[in-house]
Every structure is written in C-alpha cells, then in structure tokens.
Design a protein around this ligand. Structure first.
Ligand code: NDP
Length: 284
C-alpha cells in the first residue's frame, strides 16, 4: 500500500502578516473539501521576495498570496499575468501552472462579488472611491471593466490619484475624475456607490474614520469599506446612521479567498465554511 505524507502547499508572503486570518479560512475550506493542502502564513521582508519566490518554485508550491509590500514588486518574478493584473499592475495571488508562475488580482473581483451578493450591480453607476493605493486600484479597474459609468478617485496624494484616473481612462470605457482630498470631503448626491479603500479604521486605528462630511451621505447610496479588521468600522457606522446600505470588508476578503481557492485547487470553494470561519475569528 502506498502512502502519501506530502501535502500540496499554498500560502501568503507579506509584512506585516501576523494578524492576517486568510490561512485559517483557507485551511477550513481545504478540510471541508477533503483536500490535502496546507496554507503557510509567512513573514517575508521587502528585500527577501526574490528568494521567497524562488522558494515557491523550489518547493513546487501550488501558489501564493501576496500582500503588503509585495503586490507590485512580485511582477518581475512571474512568467505570465492575467489581463486584469496587467491593467492593475499588481497581483494578490499567483498560481504555479506546471512550473510557470501566473499572476492574478482577485481583490477587485472579490469586492464586486460581495456587492453582487447584496443585490448591488456597478453597471451604469457613479462610484466614488476614497484612496488610490493597491485596493483602490483593483476596485477602480474592476468596477470600470464591469461597466461603471463614472469613477471619482478621492486621494490625499494628487499624483497617485491622477495616475489611477489616467489608468482607468486609458484602459477601460469608464469615465474617471480626480477629486483632491485636502479638506473634509462632501459626497455628491449623484453618487450611487461610495467606497473607503484607504487603511483608515484598520486595527489598531479603529477609532479613526475618513475625513468626510457624513451628512452628505444619503439613504439611496451603497456604502462599502475594504477594512475588515474590525469590519464594523466607524465609516460604515456613520453611513448606516444616514440610512445607507452598508457592505463591510469581510465579503471582499471571503470572496477573493474563494476565487484563490478555486484557482489553486480547481474545486468550487465552500463559501459558507469560509464565511463562518472568518466570523468566528472576528467573534461576530
Ligand atoms: P496602500 O498603502 O496601497 O494605499 C493606502 C491608501 O490609503 C492610499 O491611497 C493613501 O493615500 C490612503 N491613506 C492612508 N492613510 C490616509 C489618511 N490618514 N488620510 C487619507 N488617506 C490615507 O494600501 P492598500 O490599498 O493595499 O490597502 C488599503 C486597505 O485595504 C487596507 O486597510 C487593507 O487591509 C484593505 N484591503 C482589504 C481587502 C479585503 O479583502 N477586504 C483586500 C486588500 C486590501 P495617499 O496616496 O495620499 O498616501
């Protein structure tokens, strides 16, 4: 009788990474589907990424997640990119396809699925995004590719904000516009979907909220936050007080994790198990 003591490996490289709960969620999903996979949460310093990616190849890992600060730097160690990852210029996951490393960005796709699960479509909508970093870029590009009419990027750093606007205008059919964020931001009444894609409110900064005039948020807006730790952010609390339909960052986290699971294993992800596992981690 032949026995196999070797598991297939996936995981995450990042720094900081210790508080990232993705591994618990993916391992619960592997167990639920009876898959012999292990997820390794690994702290990798900025300068060690090349060695770490050589490790992915040497260990024959099935794939890897990338988080801060590796999402852009990893591109030079990959063999191929998805179309969306080429536009976004960053990846949050890699699949090892028979020795060829293929990069994809599932952050924005996971975000769109979390909206869809709440009955919200971005098609033809006006979307306002706070932030122009990695998460904002992935969300902005995917909203544009999914048919959003207009995307307004509100960012403190003008250059980064304008770069994202240019990217959306050049690579998609959506209109995009930059709005400076040098004083309290007032949300225009034409806004359909209002998103915080900054890290304001992320643990341990849980008592902070983006500098917004929350009285300009109305009950016909959908308001979403990418911050998932803690998911009940002050940003969402303020929006809920104005009657807006709020969508927290856990849905994005679960759904990008589910897409990654399927890309690595070829098996449909057990979304309920993943959601329940995360909720337990956050004592919800
Ligand atoms: P980046 O560092 O790439 O970008 C951060 C953005 O936040 C920048 O636009 C920055 O503006 C802005 N920002 C930070 N602090 C402030 C402030 N005090 N006032 C105004 N703007 C500020 O980070 P990421 O895009 O990678 O991550 C952003 C958030 O998204 C994090 O909280 C992360 O946890 C979350 N995330 C959630 C996911 C999920 O599945 N739910 C997936 C991926 C990310 P500026 O350019 O002016 O510096």
């Amino acid at each position: 009788m032949s026995k196999n003591y070797r598991a297939e490996l996936v995981g995450a490289f990042g720094n900081p990474i210790d508080e990232n709960p993705t591994g618990v969620m993916e391992e619960a999903a592997f167990a639920a589907k009876g898959l012999n996979f292990r997820y390794l949460t690994v702290r990798v310093e900025k300068d060690d990424l090349e060695a770490a990616m050589n490790g992915v190849r040497a260990f024959g890992m099935k794939g890897i997640n990338l988080t801060i600060p590796h999402k852009v730097n990893v591109l030079k160690y990959l063999d191929e990119l998805s179309e969306a990852a080429k536009i976004i210029g960053a990846v949050n996951m890699v699949v090892n396809k028979d020795g060829k490393l293929w990069g994809e960005n599932t952050d924005g796709k996971g975000f769109l699925i979390s909206l869809k699960n709440e009955g919200v479509s971005v098609e033809g909508k006006q979307v306002v995004i706070l932030g122009a970093g990695g998460a904002a870029k992935a969300i902005g590009v995917e909203c544009a590719l999914a048919g959003a009419k207009k995307i307004i990027i509100v960012n403190r750093n003008r250059e980064r904000g304008e770069d994202l606007v240019r990217l959306i205008e050049e690579k998609t059919n959506a209109k995009a516009e930059y709005a400076p964020w040098d004083s309290t931001y007032k949300v225009s009444p034409e806004t359909d979907i209002f998103i915080n894609a900054t890290c304001i409110g992320l643990y341990p900064d849980v008592n902070s909220k983006p500098d917004v005039d929350y009285d300009t948020v109305t009950s016909d807006m959908v308001v979403s936050d990418v911050v998932f730790n803690d998911p009940n952010t002050l940003f969402l609390q303020e929006a809920a007080k104005r009657g807006a339909h709020t969508v927290n960052g856990l849905g994005m986290l679960v759904n990008q994790g589910a897409l990654n699971f399927t890309l690595w294993t070829g098996v449909e992800a057990p979304i309920d198990v993943m959601t329940d596992t995360l909720k337990k981690e956050f004592s919800l």
